[in-house]
Structure formats: C-alpha cells, structure tokens
Design a protein around this ligand. Structure first.
Ligand code: BES
Ligand code: MN
Ligand code: ZN
Length: 513
C-alpha cells in the first residue's frame, strides 16, 4: 500500500511529483487554505487569483492542476476544493478533509510521490488527511495488465495506473506523539479498509468460501489472532442447518470462521458477525439478469468483520473482539435448497425457506446463535442484507437496527464520528407475524414493505437472551457503482470497517457514550 510519512520539510523545499494544497470557497471567489502559504508565495501571492482565472471555485472535490512556478521543487501543484471557508475560529471538519485528501490522491493515480499541504489544525486533522489520502490512493488492479505480460511492447502499454506510492504530510510533526499516533492509527485503519475492498472486488470464481477462509486464517496468524475454521463436514455435524442449507447448492462448500483477538487486560468482549455470501445468485429463486452482476459484493459484511478484527489486533486495543465469518456461495443446482424446504437452524429453530434469495439471514442466524454462546457484552452483525434498505436509505447510508435503543444510538454516532453515513431504523414487532409459517417455527420471508426491518426481526430471533445486539444493513454503501468521489472508489468501499474499529476503541476505553 501507499507509504505515509510525516514531514517537517517546508512546502518549498520538499521534492515530490506533486504538491497538494487546499482551496476554499470564499464570499468573493476562491481562497487558498492554510498550509498553502509557501505555494502562494511562490506564485507571488497570486495563487487564489490564478486558480480563479482557471475557473476554480473551491467547491468540495474540485481538482485543479497547475504547473509549479520556480521556487518549488515539484513539477505540479494540485489544488483540491474544500467547500466553504469555516466560520471564524472553526476548523474544517474531518470528513471534509478526508474527502479532499481522497479526491487529490485519486487524481494522482500514476504519480509516485505527493506532498500534502492541507490545513492540519490538530491530530484529528492528521488522521483525516492521512486516511483520506491512503483510501483515495486505492486501486484494484490485480486483474488488469494481462496484456502487458504477453505483449512485446510491455513498457509502452504500461498496464493500469498504479496508486500513489508515497504520501508525505507536510505540517504534521513526526516527533509529536499525538501526530505520530494519529498517522499510525490512520495507516492501520486505511490498510484494513483497503483489504476489505480487495476482498469485495476479488471475482467470485477466485474468492470462494474456502479461499476467503484461507486468507482470513493467514492474516489472523500473522497478527496474533486465533482462528478456527469449520468446514462442511464440521458444519453438518454441528447442526448448522442455515449455513449448510444456503451452501449446499454450490460446488464450493461453506465455511464458518471464528477469529479471536484477546487482550490480557480487556474487560469487555465484542462479537462481530459478518454475512459472507461469496456470490449470491439467488439460488433456486434465481435473480434475473441486471440483479446479479455485482453480487460478488455479498460478502462485504464478512470482509468488514475480518478487517476490523485484524485492525483491533494491530492497534493492540484493550478489548476482546471475536469475529465470525459466515461464508457460503448461494447457487441453484440439483442439490440446492428449494422454496418450501424446511431447515433446522443451529439454534434448533426450524425455518421454512420461501425464497432462497433471502439467504443472508439463514447463514447469519446460525452465526448469531453460535456467537451468543460466548456471552459477549455486545454482538454487531454486518450484512449486505436487503435491497429494501437500499430503497429506503440510498446507496451511501447503512441502516442500524438493534434490540437496545442506546446501543443503536451509540453506533449511529460512532459512524458519524468516523465519516460513515448511517441511520437508525426500527424493528416494529407488528411485522414479525408476516414471517409466521404454517409448517415451521418461522419463514425466511415476510411482507415486502419494510423488508429491511423484516430481515432484522428475523435475525433478532437468533440472538441469545439478554445480549445487546445491533444489525448494520450495508447493502447500499458496500459496493459503489457510480463515479468515484472523495476517497470512495468504484466497487468495494470497505463500508463499516471504520465504524467497527471505532466501536472497539470506544469499548476498550469504556467510553461508549
Ligand atoms: N444480497 C441480497 C441483498 C442485496 C441487494 C445486496 C442489493 C446488495 C445490493 C440479499 O440476499 C437478497 O437477495 N435479499 C432479497 C430478500 C428478499 C428475497 C426477501 C431482497 O432484498 O430482494
Ligand atoms: Mn439473496
Ligand atoms: Zn444476499
């Protein structure tokens, strides 16, 4: 990944391929933001008017590239829009900085080294700019450039543009304890978000449940996290009817992975449970064309859980975190579960499968019951669970449901704090009866209206008595189909990783609000 350094060098003396400065929207046109002083000087104090002449306004995300004047040791200056100038005595908010740094880093794909001279008022601004730059520099190129391997003109073709190799933060102090910690934390978090993105982007023919379990096992061992993998034999033997029922139509059998990070001084234990459908075809209730092309993203919850547990370990947080990855491929075949089949879940409850495309709740049901056995202080599941949640909240906001109002509020606030959009959603009891089954204890589908909440109510049935639980439906934000913006690329986004990591940090310090 992109390397991050904190640099005390002045903007005029540092050698790099590009120098990033901020430009804000002032009442009378663009204004150069703090951090850009040396660059402005090199422009004879005319940076803002040059930018204005080039059509820049300072709007959020706007990118303007200028040839650097003599006096700077870079060939290019890149001005990134920060939006309105903050009120007097106020700073740019963290998400604004994160997005600006991300947009700049994206615009510099193919460049080796960039220096960022954005406004850095305090350590949280250092975190925001560092995260934004590292997240914006992300590119998924593992499956591109095949031509260059076979072509005689390999050098000319060049392959895909590579992300920025090096980011230097100017104005951040390498000897300042807070700045250093902020940069280290940002590096861990951004690395793990990018790993989650990679997993989501990896095509489903390569990322099978078995392959995902292998990636998780290797990373866990490298980071001192304990790992246990239940394969299909162990799942049958253990009575995991939900996970087996979803996975049995596929040539690629399911897995349940348990990741255990412990800290010797921890007082609290969190359990994270991730939906890991490595491909969701819908099963016998097959999805039509137009609805299945992006369904490799259906393991984004498990990717977020995996990345967060590893991040907690890398950060050495004083909390125990257990991650559960419920991995299966949902395929139609002669051995697949059919609408009308009844599954016996790990909890003993029977489920009439009315729609095999409502598979996430089946694998999660088993994992939630299993996670409850350890009696954690709280369980959070993360899942690309329903199209209904995308209809309700759009494709940038995840829904938060919980059996505890205070916990739901905490998660919503924590997400806000780290720059992830979320919204609290209810679990209306009256919807529960729509899942009544004449044959089994419950059906895997209820009314269509409020489908995201119906799914949440289904999951709630599998959470152990008295355990605090929240459910994040990330079906919207997990996979970004539109044009990239800020630090968000096309494809896998790493949704929920930052929220889970902050929840673990807050739990570690006993500061849940
Ligand atoms: N994986 C899908 C949900 C989804 C939709 C994720 C769009 C990402 C983007 C899930 O398994 C599913 O198919 N849900 C059904 C449930 C229905 C059959 C009750 C849905 O939302 O249509
Ligand atoms: Mn489905
Ligand atoms: Zn699904």
């Amino acid at each position: 990944m992109t390397a991050l350094t904190l640099s005390t060098a002045g903007a005029a003396t540092l050698r790099a391929d590009a120098l990033v400065v901020g430009v804000a929207k002032g009442p009378k046109g663009p204004v150069a933001a703090a951090g850009a002083e040396a660059v402005d000087k090199a422009f004879d104090g005319k940076l803002a008017s040059v930018l204005e002449a080039l059509g820049a306004s300072g709007a959020e995300g706007e990118i303007t590239k200028l040839p650097a004047p003599a006096g700077l040791k870079v060939p290019v200056v890149l001005a990134v829009g920060l939006g309105s100038v903050p009120e007097k005595d106020e700073s740019y908010d963290e998400e604004t900085l994160r997005r600006a740094a991300g947009a700049a880093a994206r615009a510099l794909h193919g460049t080796k080294k960039a220096a960022f001279a954005l406004p850095l008022d305090d350590a949280s601004a250092v975190t925001a700019v560092a995260e934004g730059a590292l997240l914006g520099a992300y590119a998924f190129t593992a499956y591109q450039g095949g031509e260059t391997k076979t072509s005689k003109n390999a050098d000319k073709n060049g392959g895909p543009k590579q992300p920025l190799a090096e980011v230097a933060l100017l104005g951040a102090k390498p000897r300042d304890k807070e700045h250093k910690a902020a940069a280290e934390r940002a590096t861990v978090v951004a690395t793990e978000v990018n790993i989650a993105r990679d997993l989501v982007n990896t095509p489903p023919n390569d990322l099978t449940p078995e392959a995902f379990a292998a990636v998780a096992s290797a990373a866990a061992k490298e980071n001192g996290v304990k790992v246990q993998v239940l394969d299909e034999k162990a799942l049958v033997k253990g009575g995991y009817g939900g996970i087996m029922g979803v996975g049995k139509g596929s040539e690629n059998p399911p897995r349940l992975v348990k990741l255990t990070y412990t800290h010797p001084k921890a007082v609290k234990t969190l359990a994270f449970v991730g939906k890991g459908i490595t491909y969701d075809s819908g099963g016998i209730s097959l999805k039509p064309a137009g609805h299945n092309e992006t369904m490799k993203c259906d393991m984004a919850g498990a990717a977020a859980v995996f990345a967060s547990v590893v991040a907690a370990a890398k950060l050495g947080l004083q909390v125990n975190v257990t991650g559960w990855l419920a991995l299966a491929e949902n395929m139609p075949s002669g051995s697949a579960t059919k609408p009308g089949d009844v599954l016996r879940m790990y909890s003993g409850k029977t489920v009439e499968v009315l729609n095999t495309d409502a598979e996430g709740r089946l694998v999660l049901g088993d994992a939630l019951t299993k996670a409850s056995e350890d009696n954690p202080d709280a369980i959070v599941d993360v899942a690309t669970l329903t199209g209904a949640m995308v209809l309700a909240l759009g494709d940038r906001t995840f829904g938060v449901m919980a059996n505890d109002d205070a916990f739901r509020t905490s998660i919503h606030e924590i997400a806000e704090e780290v720059g992830e959009a979320s919204w609290p959603m209810p679990l209306p009891q009256d919807l529960r009866k729509s899942m009544d089954s004449p044959t089994a204890d419950i059906a895997n589908m209820g009314v269509r209206m409020g489908g995201g909440l119906v799914a949440g109510l289904f999951l709630q049935e599998f959470v152990g008595e008295g355990i605090t639980w929240a459910h994040l439906d990330i079906a919207g934000p997990a996979f970004h189909e539109g044009a990239p913006y800020g630090y968000t690329p096309k494809g896998g986004t790493g949704s929920a990783v930052r929220t889970l990591v902050r929840l673990a940090e807050r739990t570690a310090t006993g500061d849940l609000g």
